[in-house]
Design a protein around this ligand. Structure first.
Ligand code: HEM
Length: 440
């Protein structure tokens, strides 16, 4: 059974290495979507990139578990997705090595792409840096960074919400946590953005070269940092990882595992949170009542973050492969078959959320959304993402109550990772809040 065309976000870290295979997949996707009418493939073509939700609803109408033209299955159901993600009978490592992204690329995919026991061993090393105690210690730093970014933006009157707030905030925070100098953080942001730009395919040879160059440069930058921390450890995450380095049986972390892990933590940390902040502001500005409600009560910022994660999350899908035959939603999923779980569609499952297509800050909390996945791969950085986005929204509402979208919004040309690329805003009053169509 062939691996689904789509991949979860964080594989962006390895995209430089298998960009060619992505280009091949792009062609297959076009064929499946356009010629064979495959709905999952259509979600990744132009119409889906602009607005994938109608495609998800068409899939939902076909049932809880729908076969794709490539021999896999796809689900929009909240219950089925939760079951798959939490089941130990599914995994992320393909049964057929030829089908593995790692085999295609020769790359180490770090723990996002590993099953236990390696997944457990590596995740355990990174997780403590994201504990509630550590989050509390980062709060002042996040607040200070948001304040500085908004001061600079306010002085200009008009700014790009993505370039001037949503993008620099997470990269700055994760760089500080990892021990990357501010001076290097800007370069890391460029490399990470280049990797993420290839998520739904590489457009040209030039694009391919850019992506590969970014992957190499990112790794070189981390290799330098690891070397410095070996001799001069500091109070940061890379120093913690360096302490665990060893070789042979019993070593927690090998030399070959540390760089992919650094890259994963970096790229996972900002290519998602940027979209959460951007999408939240767009959702609030689409409906003037919602923005005004936040301005009137900025403590609603965390509710706005959760509602955005349900309604239009940054990561739209992931996938699991059956490691044995599994009965699921009345169907037998065969060993080796992939199930694509449409996380974004589960947030609009009408059996779980009333009036699911409506963005509502005052929604009564119900079932937990699956925007951060579930089970053993549940997002390590969920609390950090929530903290950054909540502080950003709260400060925007307090400092810029008359904020309005002022220009053409441009979306990222990808479906797996969804969010705006450019959101021009004005700080002062004037025209009514944005209510128009987001341009792809
Ligand atoms: C809004 C922001 C974010 C979203 C929507 C998000 C989403 C996700 C999702 C859906 C997964 C699981 C994929 C799967 O099950 O296949 C995941 C895993 C992961 N995320 Fe996030 N993420 C966000 C922010 C972050 C941040 C800030 C960090 C860290 C700095 C981070 C680090 C990770 C890591 C390391 C994993 C792998 C976990 C594992 O495999 O055990 N993420 N994330």
């Amino acid at each position: 059974m062939s691996r689904p065309l789509t991949r979860p976000l964080h594989q962006a870290a390895q995209l430089g290495r298998y960009a060619w295979s992505l280009q091949h997949e792009q062609a297959a996707q076009w064929w499946a979507g356009r010629v064979r009418g495959d709905l999952l493939a259509r979600a990744h073509l132009r119409e889906g990139r602009r607005d994938p939700y109608p495609v998800y609803e068409a899939l939902r109408a076909r049932g809880d578990l729908v076969p794709t033209r490539l021999g896999n299955l796809v689900t929009t159901s909240h219950a089925v997705t939760g079951e798959v993600l939490r089941s130990r009978r599914f995994g992320v490592v393909p049964l057929d090595p030829v089908d593995a992204p790692a085999a295609a690329s020769g790359a180490d995919l770090s723990f996002l792409q590993l099953d236990p026991p390696d997944h457990t061993r590596l995740r355990r090393l990174a997780a403590p840096a994201f504990s509630p105690r550590m989050m509390a210690s980062y709060e002042a730093m996040v607040q200070a960074r948001v304040g500085a970014l908004l001061d600079a933006a306010a002085a200009r009157g008009r700014f790009d919400l993505v370039a001037d707030l949503a993008a620099p905030l997470p990269v700055g925070v994760i760089s500080t946590m990892m021990g990357v100098d501010d001076a290097d953080a800007a370069a890391l942001q460029r490399y990470g953005a280049a990797l993420a730009s290839a998520l739904d395919g590489v457009a040209s040879l030039r694009h391919l070269r850019e992506v590969m160059g970014a992957a190499t440069a990112l790794e070189a930058q981390f290799a330098g940092l690891v070397e410095r921390r070996r001799t001069d450890p500091q109070d940061d995450l890379v120093s913690v990882l360096v302490c665990e380095l060893g070789e042979g049986e019993g070593a927690a972390l090998s030399a070959g595992e540390i760089l992919p892990m650094c890259t994963l933590l970096l790229v996972a940390g900002f290519e998602t949170t940027v979209n959460l902040i951007g999408s939240a502001v767009l959702a609030l500005q689409r409906d003037p009542d919602q923005w005004r409600a936040l301005v009137a009560d900025p403590s609603l910022a965390s509710a706005a973050v959760e509602e955005t994660l349900r309604w239009d999350p940054p990561v739209h899908e992931t996938a699991r492969v059956a490691h044995e035959d599994v009965e699921l939603a009345g169907t037998t999923v065969r060993r080796g078959q992939w199930v694509v779980t449409l996380l974004a569609a589960t947030g609009r499952d009408p059996r779980v959320y009333a009036d699911p297509a409506r963005f509502d800050l005052h929604r009564t909390p119900g079932a937990q959304h699956l925007a951060f996945s579930s089970g053993i791969h549940y997002c390590v950085g969920a609390s950090l993402a929530r903290l950054e986005a909540t502080v950003a929204l709260r400060e925007l509402a307090v400092r810029m109550p008359d904020l309005r979208v002022d220009g053409r919004v441009v979306r990222r040309p990808t479906t797996t990772i969804r969010g705006p690329l450019r959101v021009p805003v004005a700080v002062g009053g004037g025209a009514a809040p944005y209510g128009g169509v987001v341009r792809a």
